[in-house]
Design a protein around this ligand. Structure first.
Ligand SMILES: [Mn+2]
Length: 328
């Protein structure tokens, strides 16, 4: 069945002239890598193609070819919208309207919560990263990935699988990564650009954030906070908080880690990370967000203490559900 979908999308790409590529707000390595790989592939095929995003590419990923070409302002629609790593169209932020104006929408994703919003839906929920699917699509187009495309997709896979640690890592994940490395990906370069390029102000921010960790719900939930004040004090920005979400969950016996970032007076961005077998994507959806079983997020507004209490309550309720003991 998937083979037919691959073929249908290959036909759309071969026959289309103009393409708009987009992914979710708060872009991660998978979103960025898939967008840039698609941009390069479409250009190689002689198509008019552009990546459109609510925000520019996070600093961490600007070493990838094409990262500066992302359009963040006004731009016309295209014949075909290629939406990557997105479970539902409202995750596109302000680009949603533009995507809806495109006559053909291609949905390429790996979220189990995908709403099949496209005319073509290539949703492989078993994939560790959407980058795996894009890699297969490039092969289905009869192309070899270029080194830059391979590097973008390697970054996508490395980011979304937590360096091949998350339960979504499969043999296919490693086979895709192996093929990308054979293409000439600079593995050390990619890893060091993503993980070993912290600024000292970013580490100071991490230190401040770590001191806010609170363990609640009988030791099963840990929250960590970053306030506006901390950004001001350290000079670091929210862009330097990549990877912070993993700290609260890394505590022994904690099942769900929560990172609460203040984005404005009374506005918060919340990231949830849980252990395998304790899905929290329903909690994120409850608050209007989305994500994967063990990695999800949402935005929320309110009084800080009240927000924390609501989140802890919702997680506590989710952990009590019988399905939370089965692997996800
Ligand atoms: Mn992804």
């Amino acid at each position: 069945m998937m083979e037919k979908t691959y073929q249908a999308i290959v036909d759309v790409i071969r026959n289309g002239k103009s393409f708009l590529i987009a992914s979710h707000i708060d872009p991660d390595g998978d979103a960025v890598g898939c967008q840039l790989a698609m941009l390069s592939v479409l250009k190689r095929l002689g198509k008019s193609a552009k990546v459109v995003s609510e925000e520019s590419i996070p600093e961490t990923f600007t070493f990838l070819e094409g990262s500066r070409d992302v359009i963040t302002g006004e731009t016309p629609a295209a014949e075909v919208a290629v939406i990557v790593d997105v479970a539902a169209l409202d995750r596109l932020g302000c680009v949603e309207k533009l995507a809806r104006e495109c006559p053909v929408v291609v949905n390429i994703d790996h979220h189990a919560s995908n709403t099949y919003f496209g005319h073509h839906n290539l949703v492989e929920t078993g994939a560790g990263a959407c980058g795996e699917t894009i890699h297969r699509l490039i092969r289905a187009l009869g192309l070899d990935p270029t080194r830059d495309e391979a590097e973008a997709l390697y970054v996508a896979i490395l980011s979304d699988t937590g360096c091949f640690r998350f339960p979504t890592t499969t043999g296919d994940t490693l086979r895709a990564a192996a093929d990308l490395l054979d293409t000439g990906v600079r593995a050390y370069h990619a890893a060091s650009e993503i993980f070993w390029k912290k600024s000292s102000r970013g580490l100071k921010l991490l230190s401040d954030a770590l001191s806010t960790i609170e363990v609640t719900n009988g030791g099963r939930v840990a929250t960590m906070e970053i306030t506006k004040h901390m950004y001001d004090e350290t000079g670091a920005t929210s862009r330097e908080t990549e990877g912070f979400t993993n700290y609260p969950r890394s505590i022994c016996d904690v099942l769900v880690g929560v990172l609460i970032r203040e984005t404005g007076e009374g506005f918060f961005r919340v990231s949830l990370r849980s252990r395998e077998g304790y899905p929290i994507s329903d909690v994120a959806r409850f608050f209007g967000g989305g994500g994967h079983p063990t990695a999800a997020g949402f935005r929320i507004r309110g009084d800080r203490d009240e927000v924390k209490a609501r989140i802890r309550d919702a997680i506590g309720t989710a952990l009590l559900k019988p399905d939370s003991t089965s692997a996800s």
